[in-house]
Design a protein around this ligand. Sequence first.
Ligand code: TXA
Ligand code: MG
Length: 338
Amino acid sequence: METKIFQIEELDDAAELLKRGELVAFPTETVYGLGADALLPESVKQVFQVKGRPSDNPLIVHVADFKMTEHFVDKYHPLTEKIVQHFWPGPLTLIFPIKKNSLSPVVTGGLSTAAFRMPDNKKTLELIKKTGAPLVGPSANTSGKPSPTTAEHVYHDLKGKIAGILDDGATQIGVESTVLDLSGSIPIILRPGAVTKKQLEEVLQTEVLLDKHLVKESETPKSPGMKYKHYSPDTPVVMVRDNDWESAIQWAEQNQKAVGLLVGPMIGNKFQSADRYIFQDDTVEAATRGLYSGLRALDEADHSDVILTQIFEENELGAAYMNRLKKAAGQKYFEKNS
Ligand code: TXA
Ligand code: MG
């Protein structure tokens, strides 16, 4: 199948394909999603096949406005209005209990809850409206690869397997949305993202819990996506603490390791290496925006024996950055004397 790249003037053609049950990837402010009409179970099944994604990992239902969720949601949390007014459209996915049979178990993984999100991308909101149905949208990568932050990344992974990609350049945020469980009495963050615990607590004036616990294979996961190994490039990734860069580079030289660097300009300007991916600036925002793109670039360049990456404090956006980076690094830090 030919994978067509749609420019913004071609929204109608993209919507037409979705209505016909084809898959079209779409841009959001976080990462690109792999879109299918959420009301067509056969199309949703194809999403899992194309990605190579385990079928018990439920999908996010992307809506064009809050009203679109009403058809599905059984009961809203009392804080819903406040949350939606403040954070939608935006990088915040909300979990609600749903009406029986309102969504196919292919979408929900058979759970009695479902995930909803209104992405902050005008073209995609328009695409959903034109399709006339919500779109499921896992990240539009092959399972196990970093999520795509450009249409080119999507094309690289899925060309020939999907009907189209709506191109809107590079995404702003760079990692997936915050997932907030609103199906119980206390809001719980199941996946950290650009909407932070602190922001939520400030707006809601109530405690928000953070489910840090990584789910073991045998347990029923709260956010099923958490049990799978994610975002892991083939080249080993090692995290380096700010004071350990000299030792890490020395270690690499002594052991004749070709190093790939994934760092901000401050560290990048101090050390040279064949493969380098330098973030736009030294902020955690720039690092988060460049993380997946950098991992892909360094991994595919294939010259490096090891990718050394910069870390950030694990609060606010740093919590999201470190959550994804730790998965890519299999929790491995560079340790002096080891
Ligand atoms: O930013 C994003 O969220 C991107 C863009 C494309 O919107 N999408 C994305 O989708 O990251 P995906 O499928 O890669 O992640 C969805 C996450 C998974 O961790 C999944 O387990 C969780 O949401 N999830 C979905 N339905 C759930 C439910 N009913 N209860 C708990 N977790 C759920
Ligand atoms: Mg994903």
